[in-house]
Design a protein around this ligand. Structure first.
Ligand SMILES: Cc1ncc(COP(=O)(O)O)c(C=O)c1O
Length: 394
């Protein structure tokens, strides 16, 4: 018997050369700042997650589901009761009926929903418009699909969409546009008029919309205008939601996407082979919990109180407040406090004053620096008070 041919001894244990598919991607600023906050004992208002627990009734509903044996694969698109509950919620809030059978899919958080939508529709050579500053997964997602990222800035200072620039960036190769309202990081919320302008702009095109609405239940001024409300947008949109954000369970990674059947058909082809399905007991528990609308109906008041507490404290510092219309973020202008760049300021603030924040430059491909940093106020009141006490010394 001859032995199997073996690689030359010198190469035997060497990992083959691999050119990275994502040369621009390193450790995210969120991980860097969280690690620095932990190392220095700073109050972490950087990364966007609550430091308080979820409703015990939700935990109970999930525990009940596990004990009742809901522990095997659910249907690929998600537990039917959860899809029904989400469909009913969207109809009640936005007046658009998505079929639970063919138009709603449960995902492993909004992150997987966005990646899956992009992989399903973007081909090499297609252009995808992202509005900067933007959430950090969008650009690498488009690059993984072989698409070309077209960056359009939101209006500097106000962070409102600039429709003339979006129109100018739209070409026959534009496959999709990614919008996000309420917006991370700027905390702006698109108005009805802005949604109508987007609808009019896209009407003569074949551009699809990926509408990232993970902060949909955290709106403090006016209301949330989902793409689902606008027939011309709903017909071309993947509307993305996150239970992690809505119910203070970011670690559970469960979200949903709603889209017309034709788009959802393609979405599910990819979903089926990148995650297949999402854990069953969370879905069963969430379906049960959603029967009572009060938790998400009470969310704006809950976060408005935190926003107001935090803003009142910041108003007494030399940081200049920007509006916070929605999401759980508050941006501030640092000009009166420091000459440092946003990134250096955040390092300095963490090390010297013990409060971690995120530089807005991290949300731009070219590192645009407007002297603005972002705080997350999804924190216990005592955490916010501790941070404010430190910020008052600036
Ligand atoms: C704008 C935006 N989209 C998507 C996500 C991801 O949501 P999930 O945790 O459900 O994947 C986040 C989380 O920070 C976000 O801020």
């Amino acid at each position: 018997m001859s032995a199997l041919p073996s690689a030359p001894a010198s190469n035997a244990a060497a990992t083959p050369h691999l050119a990275t598919k994502l040369p621009g991607v390193g450790t995210t600023i969120f991980s860097v700042m969280s690690a620095l906050a932990a190392e220095t004992g700073a109050v972490n208002l950087g990364q966007g997650f609550p430091d308080f627990d979820c409703d015990p009734r939700l935990v109970q509903a999930v525990a009940d589901a596990m004990r009742a044996g809901a522990n095997q694969y659910p249907p690929m698109a998600g537990v039917p009761a959860l899809r029904e509950a989400v469909s009913a919620k969207i109809e009640a809030l936005h007046g658009h009926r998505y079929s639970a059978a063919t138009e709603i899919t449960v995902t492993a958080g909004a992150t997987q929903a966005i990646l899956t939508a992009i992989l399903a529709v973007v081909r090499p050579g297609d252009e995808v418009i992202v509005l900067e500053p933007c959430y950090d997964s969008y650009v690498p997602n488009v690059e993984l699909a072989g698409g070309t990222v077209v960056r359009v800035p939101l209006t500097p200072g106000s962070f409102r969409p600039d429709f003339a620039r979006i129109a100018a960036a739209t070409t026959p190769r534009t496959r999709a546009l990614i919008a996000n309202t309420p917006h991370n990081p700027s905390a702006t919320v698109w108005t009805r008029d802005e949604m109508l302008q987007l609808q009019a702009l896209l009407a003569p095109t074949d551009v699809l919309l990926i509408s990232d609405e993970v902060y949909e239940h955290m709106v403090f001024e006016g209301e949330h205008h989902s793409a689902a409300r606008f027939p011309g947008l709903a017909a071309r949109a993947f509307v993305v939601s996150s239970f992690g954000k809505t119910f203070h369970v970011t670690g559970w990674k469960v979200g949903t996407v709603a889209a017309p059947a034709r788009l959802m058909e393609e979405f599910r082809k990819v979903h089926q082979f990148n995650v297949f399905t999402v854990n069953t007991p969370m879905q069963v528990g969430l379906a049960e919990y959603l029967q009572d609308p009060s938790p998400y109906r009470e969310l704006p008041a809950f976060y408005r109180a935190k926003r107001d507490l935090f803003r009142a404290g910041l108003a007494a510092t030399r940081l200049r407040l920007l509006p916070s219309e929605g999401s759980y973020f508050q941006c501030v202008d640092i000009t009166a406090v420091s000459d440092l760049s946003e990134a250096d300021f955040c390092q300095w603030l963490t090390r010297t004053h013990g409060v971690a924040a995120i530089p807005l430059s991290a949300f731009y491909g070219d590192g645009t620096d407007q002297r603005v940093v972002r705080f997350c106020f999804a924190k216990k009141d005592e955490t916010l008070h501790a941070a404010l006490e430190r910020l008052a010394r600036l």
